[in-house]
Design a protein around this ligand. Structure first.
Ligand SMILES: Cc1ncc(COP(=O)(O)O)c(C=O)c1O
Length: 388
């Protein structure tokens, strides 16, 4: 038999999604894979019920249903502060995941380097490798997750093709400031580098922080692709609806990859999700306030248990220090498996996110109903005894 792809040795299955399977096996509360257990906006589910008998049920236009793209252009254009052309600057994808893959394939050639901050969302390394690119890392230094501008420029000097930025960041919760983005933008222009933005948490921002769109910075529209999705903002992670926004010359190439990777996103779901895009501004304010409420419940609970964590500026994760519970020689992966089994709460080992050598960090998410969070905290209250 011929050998299978060499690339398979450079990444495993997703540890985040593996932890979901372990959570199900042990009936653990899944604070590993980030998805809510509360309902999406009623406007969206009502609309889905309405269109079930009438459709659309057949293949959509490859680039996304025109009315969905128009609604996206209106909503995203408003937040980005520019007029978006739904015909030439938007493609609808199977989650932001496909948008990222199409973008990486469209902008790079085999052997190109793609820079990313560490800790990073685990999809990125696999996506870079799938495109035969080499990931290059820039450390975000805890606890503030700042970066050193000199280290950043050294990475640009290595001849990178693109920089991939998750803003707000999974898993660190960092929200890049305008000044930080401007510094990165200036380097992108100086060294002729593309910015690939993963902005799925754009509406989950905590007080004192603000989401700035990289493509709104001077000189950056031409070289930025913004990938985002309906998953997090409308609590419909299972609908797999995402999109990329980019200037036409880049979008033309991204569309080519989308066409053959996906054919198109789900027609009835695009139709129903328009109801989400048409929600008033107050929806996004209430959405952010709800996340602040969940964050407060969860972090106060961790405080009372005595677990140290990073307080996120955005997104819905904390990185918790589990050093005090680790047995001698135990890896964080083993710890998380044991925790799902003995404590009944699933989390993700930090090694899935860090280029650096860490073994005492886990990621927990708090996108859950109050009662789920209280139950998880209750199960974790005597974690020391359970994990002894
Ligand atoms: C940073 C980040 N990007 C992308 C995704 C996937 O988004 P989608 O559901 O739109 O594919 C996730 C999901 O957890 C994420 O955390």
């Amino acid at each position: 038999m011929q050998p299978t792809s060499k690339k398979c040795q450079y990444f495993t299955d997703s540890v985040i999604r593996r932890m979901t399977r372990i959570a199900i096996e042990h009936d653990a509360i899944n604070l590993a894979q980030g998805f809510p257990d509360f309902d999406p906006p009623k406007e969206i589910t009502d609309r889905l019920a309405e269109i079930a008998p009438i459709g659309p049920h057949q293949y959509p236009i490859t680039m996304g249903a025109p009315n969905f793209r128009q609604a996206l252009a209106k909503k995203c254009g408003k937040y980005m502060g520019r007029t978006l052309d739904p015909e030439t600057e938007i493609v609808v994808t199977i989650g932001s995941t496909e948008a990222m893959v199409d973008t990486i394939f469209a902008l790079t050639n085999p052997g190109d380097k793609i820079a990313m901050f560490s800790p990073y969302f685990e999809n990125y390394v696999a996506q870079a490798i799938m495109a035969d690119c080499e990931p290059v890392f820039i450390p975000l230094v805890p606890p503030e997750f700042n970066f050193d501008p000199d280290v950043l420029e050294d990475v640009f000097k290595k001849g990178i093709k693109a920089i991939l930025i998750c803003n707000p960041s999974n898993p660190s919760g960092k929200v890049f400031t305008y000044d930080e983005l401007k510094l990165i933008a200036d380097l992108c222009i100086k060294y002729d580098v593309y910015a690939i933005m993963d902005e799925v948490y754009e509406h989950i921002i905590y007080p004192g922080h603000k989401h700035v769109y990289m493509n709104s910075l001077p000189g950056m529209w031409e070289r930025t692709v913004s990938c985002s999705s309906m998953s997090k903002t409308y609590s419909i992670t299972g609908w797999r609806l995402g999109y990329a926004i980019a200037p036409q010359p880049l979008m033309d190439k991204i569309k080519q990859f989308h066409d053959f990777n996906a054919v198109g996103a789900a027609s009835p779901l695009m139709e129903a999700a328009i109801a989400g895009l048409e929600l008033p501004d107050s929806y996004y304010d209430e959405f952010a306030a709800h996340y602040l409420h969940m964050k407060t419940i969860f972090t106060e609970g961790l405080d009372s248990i005595g677990i140290e964590y990073t307080d996120p500026q955005g997104a819905y994760f904390v990185l918790a220090n589990i050093g005090q519970f680790l047995k001698k020689g135990q890896s964080d992966v083993e710890f998380c498996e044991e925790m799902a089994k003995k404590v009944g709460v699933a989390c993700v080992p930090g090694t899935s996110f860090f280029k650096e050598d860490v073994n005492n960090i886990v990621r927990l998410h708090f996108a859950k109903k109050d009662e789920t969070l209280y139950e998880a905290l209750n199960r974790m209250a005597d974690i020391k005894a359970k994990m002894a």
